[in-house]
Design a protein around this ligand. Structure first.
Ligand SMILES: Nc1ncnc2c1ncn2[C@@H]1O[C@H](COP(=O)(O)OP(=O)(O)O)[C@@H](O)[C@H]1O
Ligand SMILES: [Mg+2]
Length: 334
């Protein structure tokens, strides 16, 4: 079947980088003001970007970093997602890797720290390091090391309190400014979706009113809105229609409802997935029993402590709930 509605599917994916970042003028300005001193070799003000999912935090950060690098040779920007790199060791390794500094597979933490400090000391270059999903860090110590080194830090999180329980020593060396990313209004998100439709779909395949309908349904989350647009287009195309209708959008909405959850799941490792399955197969289960079942199932289980960490992570993601005081706590799937 030929593609009659979708002209360029990659534009309809989350990973697509649009040319313009819409409706984030204020946040863009705050971010630029903080990091701009780097272009004249001065110290950067650290900044914390926070707000619910799908509000353009990652996009604006990456966009601004790319602009800065284009504008000033001396600036080197580094972006790390702490979800996939949650230990100080992994974060530092990734920073050095992106700075094209060789790290051997068994390099010690001490040696990596030295390499990092030397790298940042260089008078010709200014480093700006973005740590996305910073709440996923196993320890906040790395924030202290990075901010004391003289590199600029951009911390990002869905959780506005992600940095509020770092210890005072780290806090005072961080001195972060904050920029809030509130959920988009329906009109704003309609513009964002409209832009994706313009570049991703054949002309006139969706009416402006239907773009607005998607915008009203996605609760200010551009990620969900864009995914709904893509799904609606696929559904319409499957029915050999030339236009997306309200009916297609309603079907897409039903499918997209589960999106956030399955997306979180897609990022779990094998051990985490095994544990989640165990919780799902039980009504309620405590951590000790989870661990027993899990270690029977896999050949080389992670430690009980690691499993407790996973449980915390699942709660944060809304994959499980729990009830009862710490010691007697029982977990259940949601
Ligand atoms: N202001 C915007 N203009 C254009 N596209 C946007 C805007 N905000 C978000 N998007 C798109 O929505 C999706 C989610 O944005 P993202 O920056 O990943 O959100 P967050 O990091 O806040 O969860 C991405 O595909 C992004 O390109
Ligand atoms: Mg993000």
């Amino acid at each position: 079947m030929e593609n009659i509605i979708i002209a360029n599917e990659s534009v309809l994916l989350e990973s697509h980088q649009p040319e313009d970042v819409l409706h984030r003028e204020g946040q863009k300005q705050v971010l630029i003001d903080c990091v701009k001193p780097a272009s004249s070799g001065k110290r950067i003000r650290n900044i914390f970007l926070y707000g619910p999912p799908g509000t353009g935090k990652t996009l604006l950060t990456r966009w601004t970093m790319a602009e800065l690098e284009k504008a000033a040779n001396r600036i080197k920007t580094i972006y790390v997602n702490c979800w996939s790199r949650s230990t100080a060791y992994a974060v530092l390794g990734e920073i050095l890797h992106q700075a094209e500094i060789f790290v051997s597979p068994r390099e010690s933490m001490l040696s990596m720290t030295r390499k990092f400090e030397n790298m940042v000391k260089s008078p010709e270059r200014k480093f700006i390091i973005a740590l996305d999903e910073v709440d996923q860090l196993a320890s906040t110590e790395i924030l202290y090391d990075v901010s004391r080194s003289g590199a600029g830090l951009v911390c990002i999180s869905n959780n506005p309190y992600a940095l509020s329980n770092v210890d005072d020593r780290i806090k005072s060396s961080l001195q972060v400014e904050g920029a809030e990313f509130p959920a988009y209004t329906a009109d704003q998100v309609a513009d964002i979706i409209g832009q994706r439709a313009k570049y991703g779909l054949a002309p006139n395949s969706i009416l402006r009113d239907d773009v607005k309908m998607i915008a009203r349904m996605c609760n200010g989350d551009a990620r969900v809105g864009i995914e709904m647009l893509r799904k609606a287009a696929l559904i319409a195309e499957n029915e050999n229609k030339r236009k997306i209708s309200a009916e297609h959008i309603r079907k897409a909405f039903d499918e997209a409802k589960f999106m956030r959850k399955s997306k979180s799941e897609a990022r779990l490792n094998d051990d985490e997935m095994e544990i989640l399955k165990i919780i799902r197969s039980e009504n309620r289960i405590n951590a000790t029993h989870i661990y027993e079942k899990y270690s029977e199932k896999v050949s080389s289980p992670v430690t009980e402590r690691a499993v407790r960490k996973y449980l915390k992570k699942f709660s944060k993601l809304g994959l499980i709930g729990h009830e009862g005081d710490v010691r007697w706590r029982e977990y259940f799937a949601v």
